[in-house]
Write a protein that binds this ligand. Structure first.
Ligand SMILES: NC(=O)CC[C@H](N)C(=O)O
Length: 222
C-alpha cells in the first residue's frame, strides 16, 4: 500500500500516523497543505489529527478549503481510499466527503483519555482485521468530537452498515454513540479516536494496530 499523509499548519499527529502506516508495511509520503496534487499511484490519503490552521472558524473548516483538499476530493471521487483521524475526520466532514458535523463536546471540555469503542462492522478494509462486536481501547483527545447528523443521514448510516465504531460510554454527546463512519463505497473512514496512538506496546495499548495491519493487508504491502 502506498499512502500519503497530509500536513497542515497545526497538524500534530501527522508523523504518528505515518509511523503507524510504516510499521504495518505501507510506503508513506508526506504532503504539504499547499500542494495541489497527491503523489502518483497512491492508494490512500491520511488526514491526521491536530489543530489545522489553529481550529479557527470551525475545526477543519479552513483545511477543507486548502489546495490539497481539492486533490483529496479528486482522489476520493476516483475511488481512492481516505482515512481521517480526529481533526482529519473534522476535515472530511467539512469537505462534505463524509456526512454530518463534529460539534463542541457536550460537556464543553477538551477530553483526553482512553475510551472503549465497539467495532460495529468488520466489513471494510479499515475494520476487516477486527470482529464486529470487539471492544477496543483507543485514546481520544478533542474538544469538538460530538458527532451530529440529521435523522435521514443516521438512517442511511445504520441501514448501510456504515457506522464503523461506537463509544461504549459516550464521552462527548455524539448522536447514536457514533465514533467513526464509512463513506457509501466504504473506502473513506473518519473517526475521532486515535488508533495511531494505540499501535505500539510503548503507547500503553495496541488495540489500534489491527486497523493499520488490516488496511495494509487489504490493499497489499508496498
Ligand atoms: N486531536 C485532534 O485532532 C483534535 C481535533 C480538534 N482540534 C479538536 O480539539 O476537536
Amino acid at each position: 500500500m502506498r499512502a500519503a499523509v497530509v500536513v497542515f499548519p497545526g497538524s500534530n499527529c501527522d508523523r504518528d500516523l505515518a509511523v503507524a502506516f510504516r510499521a504495518a508495511g505501507a510506503h508513506v509520503t508526506m504532503v504539504w497543505h499547499k500542494d495541489t496534487t497527491l503523489p502518483d499511484g497512491i492508494d490512500l490519503v491520511g488526514i491526521p489529527g491536530g489543530f489545522s490552521y489553529g481550529d479557527y472558524l470551525r475545526c477543519g473548516a479552513i483545511a477543507a478549503q486548502s489546495p490539497i483538499c481539492r486533490a483529496v476530493r479528486a482522489h476520493v471521487d476516483r475511488g481512492g481510499y481516505a482515512f481521517g483521524v480526529c481533526n482529519g475526520f473534522q476535515v472530511l466532514a467539512e469537505t462534505g466527503i463524509l456526512p454530518g458535523a463534529l460539534l463542541r463536546n457536550a460537556g464543553l471540555k477538551y477530553i483526553c483519555k482512553t475510551v472503549d469503542l465497539r467495532v460495529q462492522t468488520s466489513s471494510s478494509a479499515f475494520t476487516g482485521a477486527y470482529n464486529a462486536g470487539d471492544v477496543i481501547g483507543i485514546p481520544i483527545a478533542h474538544h469538538d468530537g460530538n458527532y451530529f447528523a440529521d435523522p435521514e443521514t443516521l438512517t442511511a448510516l445504520n441501514d448501510q452498515d456504515r457506522v464503523a465504531f461506537r463509544y461504549v460510554g459516550n464521552p462527548n454527546g455524539s448522536v447514536g454513540d457514533i465514533a467513526g463512519i464509512l463513506s457509501e463505497n466504504r473506502r473513506v473512514l473518519g473517526m475521532m479516536p486515535h488508533p495511531e496512538r494505540a499501535a505500539d506496546a510503548g503507547h500503553g495499548g495496541t488495540d489500534g494496530a489491527a486497523l493499520f495491519r488490516g488496511l495494509v493487508g487489504a490493499l497489499a504491502p508496498a
